[in-house]
Ligand binder design. Structure first.
Ligand code: NAD
Ligand code: DAU
Length: 332
């Protein structure tokens, strides 16, 4: 599997994966990305041209997809509309990209017999109670809450059906919340870091009790590479690094690490249908494929992420004002 096609490789996690492939393997990468508001060529700017090729295009473009599959040994599918708040505002692009786009890729994988890895989210399982000792496993029933997570659940089910009905050589992974460099400022952690840089008070939805299970994007990349190389066709693997934290604790830690009072934030209107808690049990991935995360210390990873946003203001500044205007229009 020397030639890897990465869809959505100009987005947050996709670009981290391309960096990971260049750093840790000798494989050649083609990125297919439509450069929506969430895609950024600058996220791939420092990579060697003889290892990474960029193709601007849409995963719903069947002819383009067919050509790129004919040139690839394996495909890792990150491209998606990824933000819950946007899906509450305008669900349609989520159906187009997450459902029709995944269908278009699966049809190409079927024609070409290409190894296919589908990137998904723990949100397909719905949410857990705060005091529930349970965590999500591969056998937790699907119960998505938002337009975003329901389209991701639909795309997972398409992959499973194409494996069973057509013998497509696919695996699926469902990961928890990622943090790290190159994440769009619409998302929770970069929004609060860049707010502090701009002297805007961080914004916490509701009481801030909601729990997310944080993993560094580079650990997500190493897990995906492990599944691509060693995963069993037709199987699903949950990816997580035991990083449960509530949103209030994360905001307070960001403020402390950035030299501000820990209470210098605002509570704002809660997200509609806001999932309470996500938590991943990644035992299967660890025991069957031998994967372990490298970024065990969340505070250290967060401090490095804060430094990255301080050092890369030109990367995020063009998006910041538009994002804040969008949230302000919703009281968030
Ligand atoms: P992102 O929004 O940062 O990036 C998405 C990328 O896909 C962008 O570069 C965008 O231009 C591209 N794209 C969108 N529509 C496209 C289309 N029709 N054709 C081609 N390219 C298109 O998203 P992200 O946070 O990096 O998430 C990547 C994947 O990982 C998604 O499938 C998401 O569901 C999944 N995931 C994300 C997280 C997380 O914490 N961010 C956690 C688990 C799983
Ligand atoms: O669990 C995996 C999912 O994680 C991925 O599938 C999604 O693509 C990714 O966006 C992320 O979804 P969340 O909705 O959990 O992430 P977000 O960064 O939008 O929000 C994280 C938490 O922070 C959530 O409880 C909402 C809250 N929040 C968010 C923003 C933007 C705030 O309190 N304030 C904010 O300003």
């Amino acid at each position: 599997m020397q030639r890897i096609l990465v869809t959505g490789g100009a987005g947050f996690i996709g670009s981290n994966f391309v960096h990971h492939l260049v750093e840790h393997t000798d494989r050649h990468v083609t990125v297919l990305d439509a450069l929506t508001y969430a895609g950024n060529r600058a996220s791939l700017a420092d990579l060697p041209a003889d290892r990474v090729r960029f193709v601007e295009g849409d995963i719903t473009d069947a002819a383009l997809v067919d050509t790129l599959f004919s040139e690839a040994d394996a495909v890792v599918h990150y491209a998606a509309e990824s933000h819950n708040d946007n899906s509450l505002d305008n669900p349609r692009p989520f159906l187009d990209t997450n459902i029709i786009g995944t269908y278009t890729l699966l049809e190409a994988a079927r024609r070409h017999g290409t190894r296919f890895h589908h990137i998904s989210t723990d949100e397909v399982y719905g949410d857990l109670e705060l005091d529930d000792p349970a965590r999500f496993t591969e056998s937790t029933p699907y119960n998505p809450s938002s337009p975003y997570s329901s389209t991701k659940a639909g795309s997972d089910l398409l992959v499973r059906a194409w494996v069973r009905s057509f013998g497509v050589q696919a695996t699926i992974s469902n990961c928890s919340n990622n943090y790290g460099p190159y994440q769009h400022v619409e998302k929770f952690i970069p929004r609060q870091i860049t707010n502090v840089v701009r002297d805007i008070r961080p914004k916490l939805y509701g009481k801030g009790e909601n729990v997310r299970d944080w993993i560094h994007a580079d650990d997500h990349s190493s897990a995906v590479l492990t599944i691509l190389d060693k995963g069993e066709i037709g199987e699903t693997y949950l990816i997580g690094a035991d990083g449960e934290k509530n949103n209030k604790d994360v905001v307070e830690l960001i403020l402390e690490l950035m030299g501000q009072p820990r209470d210098a934030y605002d509570h704002v209107t809660d997200r509609a249908g806001h999932d309470l808690r996500y938590a991943i049990d990644s035992t299967k991935l660890r025991t069957e494929l031998g994967w372990t995360p490298s970024y065990g210390d969340f505070e250290a990873g967060l401090a490095a992420t804060i430094q990255w946003y301080r050092d890369h203001e030109s990367w995020w500044a063009p998006a910041k004002d538009g994002v804040e205007a969008f949230y302000a229009s919703k009281g968030q």
